[in-house]
Design a protein around this ligand. Structure first.
Ligand SMILES: [Zn+2]
Length: 305
């Protein structure tokens, strides 16, 4: 199974800088490649990050400000150029459907892409599959904005010592996993007898918003949380005015929600020292804090033993 990881494509907010491209994040999750908020320049960032267009299975937009969607034309045309054969699903706030259509058909190209538009108009699940459940929840920004959350169902992990104790090995183990129980020498062995509960992994993606209940609901128990921290606390009045978060608020969310790895991103071009974002979040959150840089890869943390 391929690793579950976040590939950071861009980390700037409104204006890209010499070191930071507009937003862009690819989450590799088993066979899925979820491309979140492709800002301007995402197509080239994908190349620099070594991500193939064929890796992309979904495009998820939080909202229609340019730093979160101006990359759609290039990405869509690249997917078509590379003849990506499988359907690609596009999730975006329904109120921006006209914007999406304009981006998707921004200019002339030979369009062979099977792009399935699935606008989001309410809180709740938007896709369910082997990867788990992808759901959306409305945030609080200046235009309609949704955050996303991916939850793998809880399952069970087989314990080799318990298999030994029940004398099970070989193909019968596969049958036990499939059927939930098997009969061996007249004894019934259930899956629960040889396994332990395994908590499903959780990922959350929260972009432009002020602090609201939805932020906490999306981040709840996330193994990996990607969250905007446009401002530092010294500019919290600006954050409130423009409905953005500070690094301290992002840290507080991570602490209250039991997050494991916190990825800060979407930085205002006014700051040049990323260490300060780390310090603010780490002052209130004791888990891993990552100040995102372009082309960085962040693994979904390993399951707890
Ligand atoms: Zn933004």
């Amino acid at each position: 199974m391929s690793p579950r990881e976040l590939v950071v494509l861009g980390t700037a907010s409104q204006v890209p800088t010499r070191r930071r491209n507009h937003n862009g994040y690819l989450l590799r999750w088993d066979g899925e490649g979820l491309l979140f908020d492709p800002g301007e320049g995402t197509q080239r960032q994908l190349t620099l990050a070594g991500v193939s267009a064929t890796d992309i299975t979904r495009i998820c937009l939080t909202h229609f400000h340019g730093d979160h969607c101006l990359g759609v034309p290039g990405v869509v045309q690249r997917l078509s150029l590379d003849r990506v054969a499988r359907p690609v699903h596009a999730h975006y706030p329904a109120s921006g459907t006209d914007h999406f259509r304009a981006l998707r058909h921004a200019c002339a190209f030979h369009d062979v892409l099977d792009l399935r538009e699935e606008p989001v108009d309410r809180d709740g699940p938007i896709a369910v599959g082997a990867f788990g459940t992808l759901s959306a929840r409305a945030l609080d920004h200046r235009v309609q904005t949704f955050g996303y959350r991916l939850v793998e169902p809880d399952g069970r992990s087989i314990r080799p010592d318990l298999l030994d104790r029940h004398g099970l090995s070989g193909p019968i183990v596969g049958r036990l996993q499939r059927d939930g129980e098997v009969v061996v020498d007249g004894r019934t062995v259930r899956l629960a007898d040889v396994s332990e509960p395994r908590r499903g992994q959780r990922f959350a993606f929260i972009m432009d918003t002020r602090l609201c209940d939805a932020v906490f609901a999306l981040a709840d128990g996330a193994d990996l949380l990607v969250i905007e921290s446009t401002f530092l606390s010294e500019d919290q009045a600006l954050a409130a005015e423009y409905r953005h978060l500070t690094a301290a608020q992002a840290g507080r969310v991570a602490a209250e929600c039991g997050v494991r790895t916190l990825v800060l991103t979407h930085f205002s071009q006014r700051y040049d020292d990323p260490v300060r974002f780390h310090a603010e979040a780490a002052a209130v959150f004791s888990g891993d804090v990552v100040v995102a840089e372009d082309l960085m890869r962040v693994p979904v943390p390993k399951r707890r033993g």
